[in-house]
Ligand binder design. Structure first.
Ligand SMILES: [Fe+2]
Ligand SMILES: [Fe+2]
Length: 135
């Protein structure tokens, strides 16, 4: 049993060690954020983790995009658009959170869980298949 929001396991593997490591680290940060909300930590602590999550997400999305460009993944533009939606949406949710809009914590956590599980298990898996035939 675990209290984590997301648990990385082999089904999340995209067959690229660097990307897998980044996904794991990102999931760790999201779990840390979830825990901080649950424990009702002070705003500064939660904000700090939120910034860490956004910063690391951007780092990951950028390095993944570089990888997809390097190997000329045919769906790279489409994939990049999905990343862009995440960047936009996260900024909106960050704004809501800052203004303490009702249910903003819950909305952010739900969104992160939905988005990342679907993105890794469905969308990233698509390039995973492509890279396994390319590299
Ligand atoms: Fe990814
Ligand atoms: Fe991705």
């Amino acid at each position: 049993m675990t209290d984590n929001l997301i648990n990385w396991n082999e089904t999340y593997s995209v067959g690229n060690a660097e990307m897998d490591e980044q996904h794991k680290k990102l999931i760790d940060i999201i779990n840390k954020l979830f825990k901080s909300f649950k424990e009702g930590n002070a705003q500064e602590i939660t904000s700090e983790i939120l910034y860490e999550m956004i910063e690391y997400s951007n780092f990951h999305l950028n390095s993944e995009e570089k990888l997809l460009y390097k190997y000329n993944y045919p769906e790279k533009d489409k994939h990049e658009k999905l990343h862009e939606e995440f960047r936009k949406k996260t900024n909106e949710l960050k704004f809501d959170l800052k203004n303490s809009s009702e249910g903003s914590h819950y909305k952010l956590i739900e969104y992160l869980k939905e988005w990342w599980t679907n993105h890794i298990l469905v969308e990233d898996k698509k390039y995973s298949k492509f890279l396994s035939h390319t590299i």
